[in-house]
Design a protein around this ligand. Sequence first.
Ligand code: GRF
Length: 199
Amino acid sequence: MLRVGVMVSGGGTNLQAILDAMEKGKLSNVEIAVVISNNPGAYALERARNHGIPAVSLSPKDFSVREAFEEALLEQVDSYHLDLIVLAGFLVKIPEKMVEKYEGRIINIHPSLIPSFCGVGYYGLKVHEAALTRGVKVTGATVHYVDSGMDTGPILLQKAVEVKEGDTPETLQKRVMEEAEWVILPEAIGWIADREAKG
Ligand code: GRF
């Protein structure tokens, strides 16, 4: 059984896609052990609670210095003995020590076809604004392993989505989430779970 921790900052629709895939039997050998957010008001925490999953919030604002937050975050993560950490819209940079300690065991979902529209400053609607400004005809989403960079780790899965005439950043974001993110994130976790089950 793959013990998974999901780190979130917002609405949690990617978390919901994982939970739905588990419920439909499309994702097995996975247990969501904890959902952690830097934002106590994140609706993603509500989604976790609705499923009886421990929902923990830990914000840099709760600490006088960044190092204290990073230490507390790593301690919290360690306490759940996780096999995989999934960043699903987590907007806080993962501490260096945590990236090293969990190397190869942290994945992130990004709403573009990396290497396009990624890196510092590319998050949320900004990604789709940039895609529309550039005039790309195809965009999509990427699941990648997290390394010490920003959206630079090895790519695991990608799924393309057509940009339609008249798209706004909002309509494009919705299509990328529905047609790509919510498909490849559960798929990636399932792939890792199967690989772990095979030993
Ligand atoms: C998603 O668009 C994801 O690609 C990005 O942050 C957003 C999170 O949305 N990293 P949600 O909280 O899963 O609804």
